[in-house]
Design a protein around this ligand. Structure first.
Ligand code: BES
Ligand code: MN
Ligand code: ZN
Length: 497
């Protein structure tokens, strides 16, 4: 879906008097004595004769997070309504602003043009939140309903120069657009998004951004020995692919490899999943969508890095040509894996891609995947599990928290490795143990990571797909997590090595 047109705007009474916006967004907070206005609302309040707090309190508004109250302006402003959105606690953090902006973006559906003052508090967070909150995916609806807001004037912060504000607006818009690219891919149903069609979309996006693009089809995969991807993809009439896209910034400071799980639908294969909620497995390519979007973003924002993204794409189906529990696969690079459960397919396609990614000799590896139900059991729907080499894992987890996407460092306990021992092959794809499934998957992947390569594995089984109600800037369906985390890690590597 497209994103609204954004433009910087002054927030003064004179500017409000000339604005063509139909609605003006102001922030509210929960002060010690009840609702108060957030910074940025002053000129709006003045235009309304200083009555805004009283009016909002009379309507029962409290300023709590994501509360949305509409107040008619009755001719005092060209805009017909003020949309007051709660930030929660005073002195709001970036994530409070982002979520409030998200709630406003959702509430603006049906409004063509709006002006937001939340950007006076935090320009980047307000832009990201507004754009992502306004997102809706209606490609498959005959009657799409209220259209998302199509233009947003963004109030300039009082600090900083116009030049800085322009740069922030540009970066924030690009970041939000990258999240939208990931969401669109995730939300596209698996009958239309399968390995070959995903690869085609990746090609058009990569070429439009001037990136190198390469795809291995099933014959090339066979010739080169990608046993994991071929094994998992073998049951589908729609054969697997391995996509590689590469961005080379001018005078790159570091090389970063990205790998994302791209199972376009996961039935479980012969180890078939139960029917209930199997449709959620349309999101099992969220990792691939995220690394594709992140590589495109790196190019758009011209990070001084080399970024290579690998998307192992396969559909995990049961059929007469499926791989079976009991099969031994020879992976790319030669390690053998005994398949004990065909539903632990993500780690098999990832292992091939991780080994391939190391051939580019990267300085860092970031891999992300909807890998285990155990991640959701351990951390819930909004906190990714982050594993890998200790220092880089902690760095990525800290950044995940700072972006507001959420993520928590998790260990790879040495004693779990023995549970993956196989009688027949080098390693088995699952353990017989019931516990620690997220960590066992991480330990499996570690076997395929080159020695001494700093790496992070981000398990996004829960956070990638919202099956509940919309909240903050997250609607139903694909969330785009962890695009903003990867973007921030890339920016951090560009700055600090
Ligand atoms: N794609 C699933 C993991 C998943 C579960 C993602 C729930 C999102 C929501 C993955 O391929 C899978 O099936 N994992 C198995 C592993 C098990 C067989 C060791 C699981 O978690 O049950
Ligand atoms: Mn599975
Ligand atoms: Zn899966």
């Amino acid at each position: 879906m497209s994103v609204p047109k954004l433009a910087l705007s002054e927030i003064t009474e004179a500017a409000l008097g000339k604005s063509r916006a139909e609605a003006v967004v102001v922030g509210t907070v929960q002060g010690a004595n009840g609702l108060e206005l957030a910074p940025g609302a002053e000129a709006v309040d003045a235009a309304l004769g200083g009555t805004l707090v009283e009016v909002l309190r009379t309507l029962g508004a409290t300023g709590k997070a994501e509360e949305v109250v509409k107040v008619p302006t009755l001719g005092t402003l060209p805009a017909g309504v003020v949309l007051a959105v709660g930030l929660g606690a005073p002195e709001p953090t970036a994530e409070q602003v982002r979520r409030a902006a998200g709630a406003s973006g959702r509430a603006l559906a049906g409004t063509a043009r709006a002006l937001t003052t939340l950007s006076v508090i935090d320009l980047q967070a307000a832009v990201e939140g507004t754009v992502l909150g306004a997102y809706s995916f209606t490609e498959y609806k005959s009657e799409p309903g209220d259209a998302p807001v199509s233009a947003v004037d963004v109030g300039a912060p009082t600090e900083g120069t116009t030049r800085q504000h322009r740069a922030t607006l540009k970066a924030a818009t690009a970041i939000a657009e990258a999240v939208v690219i990931a969401r669109d891919l995730i939300n596209t149903p698996p009958n239309d998004l399968f390995p070959a069609s995903f690869a085609d979309r990746a090609r058009s996006l990569a070429e439009a951004e001037g990136l190198e693009f390469e795809v291995l089809d099933e014959r090339a995969l066979k010739r080169k020995g990608y046993g994991g991807i071929l094994g998992v993809g073998g049951g589908s009439s729609r054969p697997p692919r391995l996509v590689r896209i590469a961005y080379k910034g001018a005078r790159p400071r570091k090389k970063v490899a990205l790998v994302g799980k791209g199972i376009t639908f996961d039935t479980g294969g012969i180890s078939l999943k139960p029917a209930a909620n199997m449709d959620h497995m349309t999101s099992d390519m969220s990792g691939a969508a995220a690394v594709l979007a992140s590589a495109l973003l790196a190019a758009k924002l011209k990070y001084p890095l080399e970024v290579t993204a690998y998307l192992p794409l396969a559909e995990n189906m049961p059929s007469g040509t499926s791989y079976r529990p009991g099969d031994v696969l020879t992976m790319y690079g030669g390690k053998t894996v005994e398949v004990l459960n065909t539903d632990a397919e993500g780690r098999l396609v990832l292992a091939d891609a991780i080994v391939r990614a190391a051939e580019d000799d990267p300085d860092y590896l970031i891999e992300t995947s909807t890998l285990t139900g155990a991640q959701v059991v351990a951390l819930g729907n909004r906190t990714a599990g982050i594993m890998g080499s200790d220092d880089f894992r902690d760095r990525v987890a800290g950044i995940a928290q700072a972006t507001g996407e959420g993520g928590w460092p998790m260990p790879l306990p040495e004693e779990l490795r023995a549970d993956l021992d196989s009688k027949l092959a080098d390693i088995a794809n699952v353990t017989g143990a019931r516990w620690g499934g997220m960590l066992a998957a991480g330990i499996f992947l570690r076997e395929f990571v080159a020695d001494d390569l700093p790496w992070a594995h981000i398990d996004i089984a829960g956070p990638s797909f919202n099956t509940g109600s919309p909240w903050g800037y997250t609607g139903k369906g694909g969330t785009g997590v962890p695009v903003r985390t990867i973007a921030a890690v890339l920016a951090d590597i560009a700055d600090n090595g």
